[in-house]
Design a protein around this ligand. Structure first.
Ligand SMILES: Cc1cc2nc3c(=O)[nH]c(=O)nc-3n(C[C@H](O)[C@H](O)[C@H](O)COP(=O)(O)OP(=O)(O)OC[C@H]3O[C@@H](n4cnc5c(N)ncnc54)[C@H](O)[C@@H]3O)c2cc1C
Length: 641
């Protein structure tokens, strides 16, 4: 590893040279850096825009889930079965499903060894529970903050291994020449200095492109960098596939599990908090149905169009969206009083059998929602209290929020993208398709990290090219980025604020490119995005130089947003209907119920010279393998693995 400074286009720039640079500092990034170091590949450094930023470190849920092979009891499980479950989610490549299943035990034990306290019995079995989109008991959890613990334990390991970390450095461009990634260009968030990394390999662990949405349950420190990779020519796949669900928007947290099962009141107000109404009643005229659907939201958390069609639990998400987006009202959950359908003196006989039995078995057929919550899950109240919100007296403002991108950058089964030596891992990599079992995102990040590290060690461990040749190859690209930066640094004074523009982008995407989609929405989004792009070019003015990184972020987000909107348009044009976590509305703004089944095909998107292209291909099946031990033994050394 070498650290130097060079003059590029008349400006002193830090130049770092290493075999592999890992971008990001979430659970997948730390895992990749550790794996490399442990495999003896010690010329590795990490670079992140925020050491403690990102989704893994700053998010959680009622019982944050990790998905793995069954490791206890009598119920049989197998790699093939687990791969099949992942694959059956639709639009997931079989080779990736197989890798995620085959490596899940190894990656899970690695986390246990690192000190993540997954519960086990005194005989060493790790019991599991059933998660969404699965029929096994493969899910486990270290509590509400599983991914935070993973990140912290893995970071400790990286520090012990002495892996250098460049903090507060935002990657603004991938340096690519002739289809090969040669390194990254970054901007220091401390002082706007440019940094260049000359590396044989880039492991790209920048997380989901959260920054494109205003209504989001991602932590605010996570914005993502998918657009930079798209702009560099990386292919994206299944970009349309996301998860959205009801969350509180002040303190961002999923309102799943007990938060719904205690039957809170959903209300909306005008922008000034007047005209309070229990708006769900307008749609659900049967009080029992309203209460049962609220209850079901607890474990049917993500928006699912199949649960809209028959007036099911996802109808609530749709009604929340209409209040906020169409009627421009504010929406809250109130735990202090019972919904009118239940009554001030609650009449639980209105509930259906499932919800009634659950509350009865929990000894919770009494009182107000917050009293039931205190009885059933007091930690759920403490959690909000620790963020300054008292559910005994305050309403929670809510929305339907983006939570996870199942799609993302495309890669092969060693997590290498179409740009050679670029390895997107973790959420930025779109390994999943339409549905995925809860917890599989965290497994995927760990597996991708291991796969990329092994491949690099075996095939790509040569030192990078010499700095002179490197700079010659990438200097035009670096100059282009610097010129963009200079243009903004010259613009000070009166003008449009970058923060406001970013909010506008988020609102457009939440309104037109989230869980409610249509041709009309695509049209509106396209025109808004064009106007935002021109405002960014022409009208934005920096209030101070510290805003420069935000300009590059905005450029990144605009690329992602534009590609996503084109992907949605193309999907609708191909006859694709509601699926996963989004509803496609027809010309009359009704849900489409007879879609063309596209779950066996994968949509890929690529940008070339600013033009966005779409491609479709068949899903790769789960590979047939020869698993005869003697055969594997003989072939082992010649296999990629
Ligand atoms: C509320 C919520 C609940 C969830 N619950 C679950 C669950 O129960 N089970 C599950 O499996 N998954 C869950 N997920 C998803 C899962 O948490 C994420 O997919 C996963 O943590 C992503 O990890 P990562 O390492 O890929 O990225 P992140 O942890 O997001 O890290 C990304 C890193 O990249 C850095 N970065 C980004 N852009 C740049 C740039 N331009 N330059 C330099 N650095 C950059 C960031 O600072 C950050 O360090 C949940 C997500 C949310 C939001």
């Amino acid at each position: 590893m070498k650290h130097d400074s060079v003059v590029i286009h008349g400006r002193t720039v830090e130049l770092h040279t290493c075999t592999t640079v890992v971008v990001g500092s979430g659970a997948s990034a730390f895992c990749a850096a550790n794996r490399l170091a442990e495999f003896g590949h010690d010329d590795v450094m990490m670079l992140t825009e925020g050491l403690t930023s990102g989704t893994s470190r700053n998010t959680g849920s009622d019982k944050q889930t990790y998905y793995k092979l069954t490791m206890c009891g009598k119920v049989p499980d197998s790699v093939e079965d687990m791969a099949r479950t992942l694959f059956d989610g639709g639009c997931m490549d079989g080779d990736l499903a197989l890798c995620e299943a085959a490596h899940s035990a190894r990656c899970f034990y690695y986390l246990c060894e690192a000190g993540v306290p997954f519960p086990q019995n005194s005989f060493g079995e790790f019991p599991g529970y059933q998660t969404d989109h699965d029929h096994h008991l493969r899910a486990t959890s270290a509590g509400p903050l599983t991914s935070k613990m993973m990140t912290e334990r893995l970071q400790e390991r990286a520090l012990r291994a002495g892996i250098p970390i460049l903090d507060r450095c935002q990657v603004i461009s991938l340096l690519v020449k002739d289809g090969r990634c040669l390194g990254v260009l970054a901007l220091s968030k401390k002082d706007n200095r440019y940094l260049v990394v000359n590396a044989t390999n880039v492991i790209y662990a920048t997380g989901g492109p959260a920054g494109i949405y205003a209504e989001s349950v991602y932590p605010s420190s996570q914005s993502g960098a998918t657009g930079i990779a798209l702009a560099a020519g990386a292919i994206a796949k299944n970009l349309t596939e996301w998860q959205y669900g009801i969350a509180s928007v002040g303190f961002r947290w999923n309102l799943s599990g007990t938060y719904q099962q205690v039957l809170p009141r959903y209300i909306s107000t005008d922008q000034d908090l007047n005209d309070e109404r229990e708006f769900l009643e307008d749609h659900f005229t049967d009080p029992g149905k309203l209460l049962d659907n609220t209850f079901l939201k607890g474990y049917q958390w993500p928006f699912d169009p199949r649960k809209v069609a028959d007036d099911g639990s996802s109808m609530i998400d749709l009604l929340v969206y209409r209040e906020r987006m169409e009627k421009q009202r504010r929406v809250f959950i109130d735990f202090t009083r019972n919904p009118r359908s239940l009554g001030d003196l609650p009449d639980f006989s209105k509930l259906g059998e499932e919800s009634y039995r659950y509350l009865k078995n929990s000894g919770a057929l009494f009182g107000t929602p917050v009293e039931r919550l205190a009885h059933m899950n007091p930690k759920a109240i403490e959690l909000y209290k620790s963020h300054g919100i008292d559910l005994h007296g305050q309403y929670l403002e809510i929305s339907v929020c983006a939570q996870h991108n199942n799609g993302g950058l495309a890669a092969n089964h060693f997590w290498e993208s179409n740009i050679s030596h670029l390895f997107p891992i973790g959420e930025v990599n779109g390994t999943h398709g339409v549905y995925r079992p809860g917890g599989s995102a965290l497994n995927s990040g760990q597996v991708g990290a291991l796969r990329a590290a092994r491949y690099i060690v075996r095939h790509y461990s040569e030192k990078p090219q010499d700095d002179h040749a490197f700079l010659e190859a990438v200097s035009t690209q670096i100059r282009r980025e610097m010129e963009i930066g200079d243009r903004y640094l010259e613009k000070h004074g009166e003008g449009m604020d970058i923060g406001q523009l970013r909010k506008r982008l988020g609102t457009v995407m939440s309104r037109y490119g989230a869980h409610i989609r249509s041709k009309e929405h695509v049209k509106a989004a396209r025109s808004e995005l064009a106007s935002i792009t021109s405002d960014l070019e022409e009208r934005v003015v920096l209030r101070n130089d510290h805003e420069l990184p935000a300009v590059f972020k905005m450029r990144d987000h605009l690329v992602t947003a534009r590609v996503l909107i084109e992907a949605i348009d193309d999907y609708i044009a191909k006859g694709g209907g509601s699926r996963g976590s989004y509803l496609i509305l027809d010309e009359k703004m009704n849900g489409s119920h007879e879609p063309v089944d596209l779950s066996g095909q994968i949509q890929e998107m690529v940008c070339t010279d600013g033009e966005i292209r779409t491609m479709w291909r068949a899903v790769r099946p789960i590979p047939e393998r020869n698993l005869w031990f003697e055969h594997i033994l003989k072939e082992y050394d010649s296999h990629d693995r």
